[in-house]
Design a protein around this ligand. Structure first.
Ligand code: NAI
Length: 553
């Protein structure tokens, strides 16, 4: 354990700094006297000041900048405030505000955070990783910034994404912030404005592609395994083709997953399982129609089919439960334009021209939108769906809100209040026939933080589909009957820490049962998971020895 810094160095260490909350005794013992205003505040009082300042900012980008500077100054206070106001602050530290922050990254840049590995680091990636200051690493979140949210190629500006994701790991699941490394793999950008921007912080060059790109990725992944042994790699916001290729290449070799594909899939699977608790249908009774056949939609279908196989269906039978419509129409055999991740879902039948025709012909029980085509779930489409089924499932997942395939109010109104609804973007409650229906949000933050904590708890050597099923089942099981009654398919965000702990415990237990854990099994897995969870209370630096004290202090 390194010695505790003193004086101004202590105030400048965000992980240790307590600001005005240093006690009189600490100020004397640690050379702080005179470096702080005289009055000592509690963390709760400091938090009150932060929340007041946060709310007084003119817009969300200013709120983002304010929270980022707090994180750089006093990490525990940052997490105290974010955890206590998650519903209000999650949209600022993550989507949608983080998208705007990424667009403006070079212009709002204050202080570096995370690691930059670039196309120029070929042959020396290990050395770069060795510059990371923390002794132990549990999670590496890496992006190459090519498909940032719905904003496309943002090059090195994409660094805001792994930073935001890691903040959510801590805020939602209590992963110790010291264990996470945000990585920007800067291979260039094709975005003309960035290349022309004199303040752009990344490599001002076109993207590395093909064999050179693959070689850099390979060197990076191998270096992570050497320098941060056992660390989980989360791939984030890569372009669809690379996202699938990287997942395919690494998932069976090391602990790795892709949140855009698998995290989305698990949260949607949880929504389907919760829906099943209301409709009485088993997963194998569902017929799923996906509108859109990109990374999100096929990722969901891959996890749903693997859950169906787990229930005893063959791979072929499971795939036949899923239908897809994309810009070119229904995915059917004989279409020459299908990508590898789409082929197994091609059905042996003639095509259909549009969504309404597909609903009328296929009579799906589940309609999932991941098309980015706002308003595509029209009144005739939803009315047709609701005519065939008492409790149709309608999940318009496209973001942002303007891209949502329908609103919550439309889904409820056109299905006469019978839709089981969850969306990608948040919608407020809807009054229907004297009932108040509260739409769920299929937020990936319900899954990935708990998954990461579980992998760390067991030091799991792989992240398997079975772990994502378990995460989905665990999440769905936590929705109370009263919440289901109101239309909710996920637990409230205020309960996300408990949900993450339950997911982490299930994932870690599974890792031990399946021989995937690389640390001895504790007698009580849940207590072990709980003991790993970061809490933002300040430690006391005097009395019990002046070390880097943790939770117990
Ligand atoms: P993508 O670009 O890989 O796929 C989009 C798909 O929609 C393509 O197959 C395209 O052919 C199809 N499409 C576009 N316009 C269409 C039209 N008019 N008719 C039929 N098909 C059409 O995008 P990706 O990554 O799959 O994301 C899709 C949407 O899902 C985005 O808005 C994204 O924000 C959202 N999403 C939501 C998540 C969540 O709620 N948890 C997680 C991940 C993605």
């Amino acid at each position: 354990m390194p010695p505790l810094p003193r004086g101004i160095d202590l105030l400048h260490d965000p992980r240790l700094n307590k600001g005005t909350a240093f006690t009189e005794a600490e100020r004397d013992a640690l050379g702080l006297r005179g470096l702080l205003p005289p009055r000592v505040f509690t963390q709760a009082q400091q938090a009150q000041r932060v929340v007041e300042s946060f709310r007084s900012k003119p817009d969300d980008l200013e709120r983002y900048i304010y929270l980022t500077s707090l994180q750089d100054r006093n990490e525990r206070l940052f997490y105290r405030v974010v955890m206590d106001h998650l519903e209000e602050m999650m949209p600022v530290i993550y989507t949608p505000t983080v998208g705007e922050a990424c667009l403006r990254f070079a212009h709002i840049f204050r202080r570096p955070r995370g690691l930059y590995v670039t196309a120029q680091d070929r042959g020396r990636v290990r050395q770069v990783l060795r510059n990371w200051p923390e002794p132990e690493v549990g999670i590496v979140v890496v992006t190459d910034g090519e498909r940032v949210l719905g904003l496309g190629d943002l090059g090195a500006n994409g660094m805001g994404i792994p930073i935001g994701k890691l903040s959510l790991y801590t805020a939602c699941a209590g992963v110790d912030p010291a264990l996470g490394v945000p990585v920007m793999l800067d291979v260039g950008t094709e975005r003309a404005e960035l290349l022309a921007d004199p303040l752009y912080l990344g490599l001002p060059q076109h993207r590395l592609r093909g064999a050179e790109y693959d070689a850099l990725l390979d060197e990076f992944v191998t270096a992570v395994q050497d320098v941060f042994p056992g660390a989980l790699i989360q791939f984030e916001d890569f372009a669809t083709e690379n996202a699938f290729a990287l997942l395919g290449r690494y998932r069976d070799r090391l602990p790795a997953f892709n949140d855009d594909i698998q995290g989305t899939a698990a949260v949607v699977l949880a929504g389907l399982l919760s829906s099943g608790r209301v409709s009485g249908r088993r997963l194998q009774d569902e017929t799923l129609l996906f509108f859109g056949a990109g990374a999100a939609a096929t990722g969901i279908a891959d996890l749903v089919t693997s859950a169906l196989e787990h229930e005893g269906l063959t791979a072929g039978e499971a795939a036949q439960r899923c239908w897809f419509l994309d810009r070119q129409g229904l995915l059917v055999r004989g279409r020459g334009d299908l990508a590898p991740h789409q082929r197994r879902y091609a059905h042996d039948r003639p095509g259909l021209p549009g969504l309404l025709e597909a609903v009328l012909e296929l009579k799906p029980t589940v309609l999932i939108g991941a098309s980015t085509e706002g308003g595509a779930f029209t009144e005739p489409v939803i009315r047709a769906l609701a005519r065939f089924h008492q409790r149709p499932v309608i999940f318009p997942l496209s973001n942002p809100t303007s891209r949502s395939e329908c609103t919550a109010a439309q889904a409820y109104r056109w299905s006469e209040g019978r839709a089981l609804f969850a969306s990608g973007s948040p919608f407020g409650p809807v009054e229907w026939n004297g009932r108040r229906l509260t739409p769920g949000q299929a937020n990936n933050a319900y899954i990935f933080p708990g998954m990461g904590l579980g992998v760390i708890a067991a030091r799991a050597s792989r992240v398997t589909d079975a772990m994502f099923h378990l995460a989905a089942r665990t999440l769905a099981g936590l929705v109370s009957p009263a919440a289901l009654e109101q239309g909710l398919l996920f637990p409230p965000l205020g309960e996300i820490r408990e949900a993450s702990r339950a997911i982490a415990t299930a994932v870690a237990r599974h890792a031990w049962e399946e021989g995937l854990a690389r640390r001895p099994r504790p007698s009580d897995v849940e207590a072990h998971v709980r003991s790993l969870m970061y809490r933002p209370e300040y430690p006391s630096y005097v009395g019990a020895g002046l070390g880097r004290l943790t939770e117990s202090a």
